[in-house]
Write a protein that binds this ligand. Structure first.
Ligand SMILES: NC(=O)C1=CN([C@@H]2O[C@H](COP(=O)(O)OP(=O)(O)OC[C@H]3O[C@@H](n4cnc5c(N)ncnc54)[C@H](OP(=O)(O)O)[C@@H]3O)[C@@H](O)[C@H]2O)C=CC1
Ligand SMILES: O=C(O)C1=N[C@H](C(=O)O)C[C@H](O)C1
Length: 268
């Protein structure tokens, strides 16, 4: 078995810590580096587990990524863009879970994928990606007479809204219906809004407490409604998905992939 040398960005974050633990527990992976913001350097990235890894948390990319073949990045768009430049130049493969990119950020990821291999997905859980497939089918079957609303709930610390997953669900549904989400997405309602445009795809965001991540898509007709929901109860599923994405990238020199590619869901 070839061992993957994986570095973790945002090492002190909610996902960073879960990822470090998951890499430490994987038989085919080694924690090869850890990055965090300047001022957040640590002598050992796994000290919080009570099992030191012999890997420091660095803010200098040269030091933090010296031994890395892969970087798993769940941080913020501005950090990911910096990591992306370094990884593209140094042939380090990237698994990007960060959400909240604008169009320029997404274009930068696509450009970097010409130089290194990247899996980019707003949600690395198997369940969410299977849910996306169900949504594709439901949207096609319920294309007229059903109003589509996407409701997401996350913890109080989340900084972007709607979630990357909710936006992706909106894109999947819009594509299935031949609509453009930029034109049909409705992200806020207040005051006298007028009646609902039947072609709109609505979004509602809830933030509170420690909710890991809930997504529900409502197809509301006259006389009935269908709800397709996914609820995360642990961040470990995201971490396992990200490590699975590293395995998928092992034989890919360049290219931009998503979790449908990793899970073999693209043509299903
Ligand atoms: N794709 C998926 O499956 C999932 C995606 N996510 C996404 O992952 C991202 C991180 O989530 P979460 O772990 O909860 O967030 P946290 O805020 O807990 O962690 C983010 C980490 O990145 C660091 N960071 C932030 N900005 C910078 C910067 N400019 N330079 C260097 N380091 C930086 C933070 O440092 P500091 O604390 O000092 O700011 C922190 O260590 C979010 O975009 C979230 O939506 C989350 C779960 C699953
Ligand atoms: O910030 C989070 O926590 C999560 N973010 C991702 C998103 O924005 O879709 C994925 C998951 O829902 C958790």
């Amino acid at each position: 078995m070839t061992e993957m040398n994986i570095a973790i960005a945002g090492a002190g974050g909610r996902m960073g810590r879960i990822l470090i633990e998951a890499v430490q527990n994987a038989d085919d992976a080694r924690l090869a580096g850890a990055l965090d913001r300047a001022g957040s350097e640590q002598a050992d990235a796994a000290a919080f587990l009570g099992k030191p890894a012999g890997v420091a948390v660095e803010s200098d990319f040269g030091k933090g990524l010296a031994d890395a073949q892969y970087l798993i990045d769940f941080t913020r768009p501005e950090a990911t863009i910096e990591h992306l430049k370094y990884c593209a130049e140094h042939g380090i493969k990237l698994v990007i879970g960060t959400t909240g990119f604008d169009d320029a950020g997404k274009a930068a990821i696509a450009e970097a994928a010409k130089k290194t291999a990247i899996v980019f997905s707003p949600n690395f859980s198997v369940g969410v990606n299977v849910t996306m497939k169900l949504l594709e089918q439901a949207a096609k079957a319920l294309s007229t007479g059903y109003d589509i609303e996407i409701i997401e709930a996350h913890h109080r610390f989340k900084v972007d809204a709607p979630s990357g997953t909710a936006l992706k669900m909106g894109e999947v549904i819009a594509d299935a219906l031949g609509r453009d989400l930029k034109e049909h997405g409705v992200f806020a309602r207040e005051g006298v809004t007028g009646e609902r445009d039947p072609s709109s795809i609505g979004f509602a965001t809830i933030r509170g407490g420690d909710i890991v991540g809930d997504h529900t898509v409502l197809f509301a007709g006259i006389g009935e409604r269908i709800e397709i929901s996914h609820k995360s109860s642990s961040r470990v599923t995201y971490a396992h998905g990200a490590i699975r994405a590293c395995r998928f990238l092992a034989d890919k020199p360049t290219g931009l992939f998503d979790m449908y590619d990793v899970l073999g869901l693209k043509d299903q």
